[in-house]
Design a protein around this ligand. Structure first.
Ligand code: GMT
Length: 380
């Protein structure tokens, strides 16, 4: 099938899922065309089956805001026509589903019927999309998508609760590609990061408020009081400076490494013992899943889709948002004993294998086939 994928090309989870999905589809023989404003960060190789079309927004002084949606929908029309694309898959409703629908309508006038699948990723529903400034457009885009998928059962329920829609929403969880991970656990040169007797805790995110970065630091603060430990903070975002200041105030700057954005996530996770994800909201928690497939236990909040991934008392522990004390206590329970740590690490790995792309890709392919079959009866 010839598929156009629209996504954010950044380090965020939705962009990662879209990119990895496109790569896997290409490996299965589909022809995949990414349409976005920059080559996605995890998309290293282009080949006969993977193409990238850059959306360029020409600057014009009259425009206070440059119209990305307009440029995207025009680029989609051209790409779909020039490459005889059969299906459009947009990741993240804002503004992709909206621009996708406009492209669909423009093509319809020319007798081209293109089915559109919209995958909801989280903040497009729970934070941004729910804002009164966007809600009518997001509701419209959901209702006008031919098929809507969400990355967790929790996100599906939230969508039905927040938006006026009777659209069927299919849950297709985030995934990892097991074959990319080493089967035999080695210690991954952890000596580069910590002394032998130190445990390594890691947090990876875009350092937005929703990630509750101060909680990450406070959990670690409690842990390092009792056992030798290091905290690795990976990512960039608005809360980073505040976190660095908090570490200085607590006198733990020498134990916390801020690495910035990284394309070597798996190397970092390979020498990590415990992953911290105390988010205020999280539709799935792809970062936790990526930690788990690297045999890392998880201390997280119990919101959104996280309980569908991190299993309480098995792969880690879940607590109410903001309950730093309990999160630190649970972290210490896992970290204090080699034996307990090994058990949690192994359980985390086993749970993660359920989300192997081999189990998830066919679900997307089924959705594509169904949307393509009914393309002439599509939602207009
Ligand atoms: O976590 C983020 O802030 C990035 C965000 C995104 O939109 O790229 O991630 C969302 O989508 C991921 C992929 O489906 C999910 O695994 C994340 O849980 C979700 N983030 C939130 O809901 C906060």
């Amino acid at each position: 099938m010839k598929i156009a994928i629209v996504c954010y090309p950044t380090f965020g989870g939705s962009g990662v899922v879209a990119t990895e999905l496109g790569i896997a589809l290409a490996e299965r023989g589909h022809e995949v065309h990414f349409v976005t404003y920059r080559q996605p960060v995890r998309l290293e190789l282009l080949n006969n089956n993977i193409h990238f079309h850059e959306v360029h927004v020409p600057e014009y002084p009259l425009f206070h805001y440059q119209p990305y949606e307009l440029a995207l929908s025009s680029k989609l029309v051209d790409t779909i026509k020039n490459h005889e694309i059969e299906l459009l898959h947009v990741h993240y409703a804002i503004p992709h589903a909206y621009a996708g629908y406009m492209a669909k309508k423009m093509l319809q006038v020319e007798g081209i019927f293109i089915p559109m699948i919209t995958t909801l990723h989280g903040t497009d529903i729970t934070l941004v999309g729910n804002h009164p400034n966007y809600k009518p457009a997001v509701t419209f885009s959901i209702n006008k998508s031919d098929i809507v998928t969400s990355v967790s059962e929790s996100l599906k329920q939230q969508t039905l609760e927040f938006f006026e829609t009777d659209k069927e929403i299919e849950v297709i969880p985030n995934f990892i590609d097991i074959k990319k991970y080493p089967q035999d656990y080695t210690d991954c040169q952890r000596s580069m990061m910590a002394n032998e007797d130190e445990r390594i805790l890691t947090h990876i995110s875009n350092f937005r408020k929703v990630k509750r970065i101060p909680d990450v630091v406070k959990i670690f603060y409690e842990v390092q009081k009792e056992i030798p430990a290091k905290l690795i903070m990976v990512g960039e975002g608005p809360e980073k400076e505040h976190a660095e200041q908090l570490c200085a105030d607590l006198g733990i700057s020498d134990k916390v490494l801020f690495l910035g954005n990284s394309t070597e996530i798996d190397r970092i996770l390979c020498f990590t013992d415990l992953f911290l994800l105390p988010s205020a909201s999280e539709s799935f928690g792809l970062a936790a899943l990526e930690a788990m497939i690297n045999r890392v236990a998880v201390i997280s909040s119990n919101v959104g889709g996280i309980p569908e991934v991190n299993k309480h008392g098995v792969t880690g522990f879940l607590s109410d948002v903001g309950n730093v004390e309990e999160m630190a206590k649970n972290a210490l329970h896992i970290l204090k004993s080699d034996k307990v740590l090994e058990e949690f690490k192994q359980n985390a790995y086993e749970q993660a294998t359920k989300f192997d792309i081999l189990n998830i890709l066919p679900l997307y392919e089924e959705v594509y086939e169904s949307a393509y079959r009914s393309r002439f009866k599509n939602t207009y």
